[in-house]
Design a protein around this ligand. Structure first.
Ligand code: ADP
Length: 351
C-alpha cells in the first residue's frame, strides 16, 4: 500500500511516498514558491496537481499538522468535523495551521474517496502532566484562552524514542529517554515509559533552547523592556525574538552551526559565545529532565546539529553524568518525521 505524506507550508509543499508496511521510500519532492510573484504555481491546488502527476496508486494521505491543541491527542482520520477543529486551532498556530489545512483541502478535492490522516506535532506532548504544562499565570488564562505548554516536534521525539528502544533492545515502557531535536528549531523532551512528560517548547516554539534564530527562555519582563528601550512595536519585537535572536543574534554572523564552528576554530569569540550558550542551555535541560524523571537511561540526539555535529554533542555531554550511578547511553538517531507520519496513517487506516 502506498501512503503519500504531505507537509504543506505557506508557500511550499514537501512530499514523500512510502510503500507500507515495508517502510520503503518510493519517491519524494518539493514544490516551492507557491503563490509568489512570478511563480507558475498559483496555489496549493495546482502544486498538489503537479505532485499527483508524479505519484500513482496512493491509498492514503498522511498530513503533518502543526497544532492540534488539546483537541487531538493522537492521529485522526480527517472528516468535516476534524477540519472544523483544525481550523479552530489556527489561532494558536497562525503561521502553520492555515497552510496545513490548505494542503488537506486540496488533497480532498484531488483525491476523492482516498483516506486522509492528520498527524499533529503537538499530540505526543499531550501526556505532559498539568504541573508541567500549566504556566505560573492566573489559571483562568488557561481556561479562557488555552494558554499552556503544548510543545512541538512531537512526531520527531516520538520516532527517535521508539528507535532508541529498538537500539537498546529494551521495551520503551521500561525506559527513561531524553530526546534532543537540534535543527534550526530546537527542542528537548523527557520521554518516560514512552510518554512525553515534559518538553522545552511551550505555548509557541519560542520557549526553551537557544535555537538558530529564536531566543528560547528569557525573562518575560524583557519583552516590554526591549519594546520601550529599542522603541519597537509588537510585530518588530516578535520578529526580533523569532528571527534575529538565538545563534544568529548572539554571534552576529549566522544561524548555521557549521559556519559558527568554522568561525570559532578561527578564533571568533562571538561564535564561541553563541556555541557556549547553545550547549549550556541543553546541558541544563538534560539535567532538569533527568531530575524530572528520577533518572535517564538514554540521551538521543537528532536533526541537523544533533545528527551531524559530533563536537557539539561532546561539548553537551562532557562530564554531564559524573554524578549518575550509571551513565545514560548517548545515541544518534536520524529523525524520520515523514516515515513516522506514514506509519501512523497506515496503522490508523488498517485498524
Ligand atoms: P531544520 O530545522 O530547518 O530542518 P536542520 O535539521 O537541517 O534544519 O538543521 C539545521 C542545522 O543543522 C544548521 O545549524 C546546520 O549547520 C546543521 N546541519 C545540518 N546538516 C548538517 C551536516 N550535514 N553537517 C553538519 N551540520 C549540519
Amino acid at each position: 500500500m502506498k501512503i503519500l505524506v504531505i507537509n504543506s507550508g505557506s508557500s511550499s509543499i514537501k512530499y514523500k511516498l512510502f510503500l507500507m508496511p515495508q517502510h520503503r521510500l518510493v519517491s519524494k519532492g518539493l514544490i516551492e514558491h507557491i503563490g509568489e510573484k512570478g511563480s507558475q504555481i498559483q496555489d496549493h491546488y495546482s502544486g498538489l496537481q503537479l505532485i499527483l502527476k508524479k505519484v500513482d496508486g496512493v491509498s492514503a494521505v498522511g498530513h503533518r499538522v502543526v497544532h492540534g491543541a488539546e483537541e487531538f491527542r493522537k492521529p485522526v482520520i480527517i472528516d468535516n468535523h476534524v477540519i472544523r477543529k483544525i481550523r479552530q486551532c489556527c489561532q494558536l498556530a497562525p503561521l502553520h495551521n492555515p497552510a496545513n489545512l490548505t494542503g488537506i483541502l486540496a488533497c480532498k478535492k484531488l483525491l476523492p474517496g482516498v483516506k486522509q490522516v492528520a498527524v499533529f506535532d503537538t499530540a505526543f506532548h499531550q501526556t505532559i502532566p498539568d504541573y508541567a504544562h500549566i504556566y505560573g499565570l492566573p489559571y483562568q488564562y488557561y481556561k479562557k484562552f488555552g494558554i499552556r505548554k503544548y510543545g512541538f516536534h512531537g512526531t520527531s521525539h516520538e520516532y527517535v524514542a521508539h528507535e532508541a528502544a529498538k537500539k537498546l533492545k529494551k521495551p520503551l515502557n521500561k525506559l527513561k529517554i531524553i530526546t534532543c531535536h537540534l535543527g534550526n528549531g530546537c527542542s528537548i523532551a523527557a520521554v518516560d515509559k514512552g510518554k512525553s512528560v515534559d518538553t522545552s517548547m511551550g505555548f509557541t516554539p519560542l520557549e526553551g533552547l537557544v535555537m538558530g534564530t529564536r531566543c528560547g527562555d528569557i525573562d518575560p519582563a524583557l519583552v516590554t523592556y526591549i519594546m520601550h528601550k529599542a522603541k519597537l512595536g509588537i510585530p518588530e519585537v516578535e520578529n526580533l525574538l523569532n528571527k534575529a535572536s538565538g545563534l544568529r543574534g548572539i554571534s552576529g554572523i549566522s544561524n548555521d552551526m557549521r559556519f559558527l564552528q568554522e568561525k570559532q576554530e578561527k578564533g571568533n569569540s562571538r561564535a564561541k559565545l553563541a556555541i557556549d550558550i547553545f550547549t549550556y542551555r541543553i546541558r541544563k535541560y538534560i539535567g532538569a529532565y533527568s531530575a524530572a524523571m528520577s533518572g535517564c537511561d538514554a540521551v538521543v540526539f537528532t536533526a541537523g546539529i544533533g545528527e551531524h555535529q559530533e563536537k557539539i554533542r561532546e561539548k553537551i555531554c562532557r562530564n554531564l553524568f559524573i554524578y549518575f550511578k550509571k551513565a545514560p547511553k548517548i545515541l544518534v538517531i536520524p529523525t524520520e518525521e515523514e516515515l513516522m507520519i506514514a506509519r501512523q496513517a497506515y496503522k490508523l487506516i488498517s485498524e
